[in-house]
Design a protein around this ligand. Structure first.
Ligand SMILES: *Cc1c(COP(=O)(O)O)cnc(C)c1O
Length: 462
């Protein structure tokens, strides 16, 4: 399997290099050159299989033989053994034809665990085979950092450095990162805000000389392996509800569009999907683009669904690339226009996208209302991100006879503010985390100065 850049000016890579590279040198994102296809019989044969077996069948073509089957199965098994539900991503019925796909049974209670548990293990395997060590650097405003740390804690050939703004993340979020006490896990609290932390990570990727030749690896949502791992639960949930004999629809709480793009890949690979509903919070660039052809930046609004607080949706470029029939020149021009100001999608292309994609934006007041309403109607306590999906599914669904699967992207205990605002006393942490608030923490506080951070990373890696 080979991977090409959406901007067309970087050489094609194999699986191993695409996982280790992240962003293409031309600024584009890598996508598979050709997609595997699962025909009716191949999908029908997956019904009833364990999650890990479906995962192996769905992802194997993307690896293209670069990891042997037995090893790849082992990496998958180890990744999903960390989940506290045997179904890994169980489905729950909400209404006669509306289902919740619970993606939050991993170690940090959010859907990012599904991809990061596997990505950490794949990276570690590839690095060991090359006899190399890698350094991961990331900045977090609270949520992604912990999922990346949990995915790497057991990796011998990886060191992970996560920067968070000191005293600006919640105690639960900080503790999910800082109580992972492992030699290769390094938490840095920056005396500054999230933007300071992110700027230092970006500068470190741009000039990696402080690592004297060692590889710096990005695990953000543009890494192809994360998309690949997320395709699995679309297939698993659809076959559980009768695919390929009937179609299903999905509603996805969205920000960087990595989750939804995985669903789109599943559809292109043969899964019968009738509709995708994109749910956003008040940071609604995806909704404005689909609904109004307003592809433009707006100032960031902090919301009750903070993991969806974005200005630019990085993985949307992958969808545009497909919508423009893989015309890399047109994508480069469109994104240049976008960088300089408001951009417009070609109306014919947008029309085609609207046949498959609908969108809906849910602001904070509505999130609070939905949490209350969903509990009344279904007995389920939704987290604020999932709440945007629940509302969008009801508002933008094209056909009530087709099963709607709404993706539950986080556990409500992780985002108590919204739950409390909705009038609930809170949501208890699952058993495995009951002692989170009393566990030993380990982190260092550093000034928001690039040389200090880089010296720390260089000195603490193995
Ligand atoms: C990251 C995240 C999202 C958004 O997913 P994208 O792949 O960026 O669209 C939604 N909900 C939660 C809880 C998240 O952590």
């Amino acid at each position: 399997m080979r991977y090409i850049s959406t901007r067309g000016a970087s050489p094609a890579l194999n699986f191993e290099d695409v996982v280790l590279t992240g962003l293409a040198p031309d600024g584009g994102l890598y996508v598979p050159e050709t997609l595997p296809y699962f025909d009716h019989d191949a999908l029908a044969a997956m019904a009833g299989l364990p999650y890990t077996e479906i995962a192996f069948r769905v992802m194997r073509p993307f690896v293209g033989g670069e990891i042997d089957d037995a090893t790849f199965r082992r990496l998958i098994d180890e990744s999903y053994a960390t989940f506290n539900h045997d179904a890994v991503t169980p489905l729950k019925q909400l209404d006669s034809n509306h289902f919740l796909l619970e993606l939050f049974h991993g170690p940090t209670l959010a859907f990012k665990d599904v991809a990061l548990q596997l990505l950490g293990r794949i990276l570690d395997h590839l690095l060991k085979r090359r006899d190399e060590k890698g350094v991961i650097m990331g900045a977090t405003s609270g949520d992604t950092g912990s999922a990346a740390i949990e995915g790497c804690r057991a990796c011998d050939n990886l060191d992970i450095f996560i920067l968070h703004p000191n005293e600006r993340v919640s105690a639960v979020q900080r503790r999910q990162m800082t109580t992972v006490v492992a030699d290769n896990v390094h938490n840095i609290a920056i005396e500054g805000d999230f933007d300071d932390a992110q700027a230092m990570v970006k500068a470190s990727f741009a000039d990696q000389s402080f690592l004297a030749g060692q590889r710096l690896i990005a695990v953000n949502s543009i890494n192809w392996a994360r998309i690949m791992a997320q395709i699995v639960y679309y297939v698993a949930s659809a076959v559980a509800l009768g695919a390929p004999h009937r179609s299903v629809s999905f509603t996805v709480p969205s920000a960087n569009f990595g989750n939804l793009f995985a669903g789109y890949m599943a559809q292109r690979m043969g899964l019968p999907v009738e509709q995708f509903v994109i749910a956003t919070n008040a940071n609604d660039i995806l909704h404005r683009t689909i609904a109004d052809n307003d592809f433009s930046r707006r100032a960031l609004k902090p919301t009750l669904a903070p993991s969806m607080d974005i200005v630019v949706s990085s993985n949307f470029e992958r969808l545009l690339f497909e919508a423009y029939d893989r015309d890399a020149g047109a994508i480069s021009r469109l994104l240049d226009q976008f960088r300089q100001g408001p951009a417009t999608i070609d109306p014919t292309r947008l029309q085609v996208m609207r046949r498959l994609f609908a969108s809906y934006s849910v602001d904070d007041d509505a999130i609070v209302e939905v949490i209350r309403e969903a509990f009344e109607h279904t007995g389920e306590l939704l987290d604020p991100h999932t709440a945007t999906g629940y509302r969008a599914a009801l508002m933008a669904r094209a056909n009530t006879l087709t099963p709607m699967i709404t993706l539950a992207t986080a556990h409500p205990a992780k985002f108590e503010d919204a739950v409390v605002r909705a009038g609930f006393p809170g949501a208890p942490l699952p058993d495995a985390m009951h002692d989170l608030m009393t566990r030993e923490e380990r982190y260092d506080v550093l000034p928001a100065e690039l040389p200090a951070v880089q010296a720390y990373v260089a000195a603490h890696r193995h």
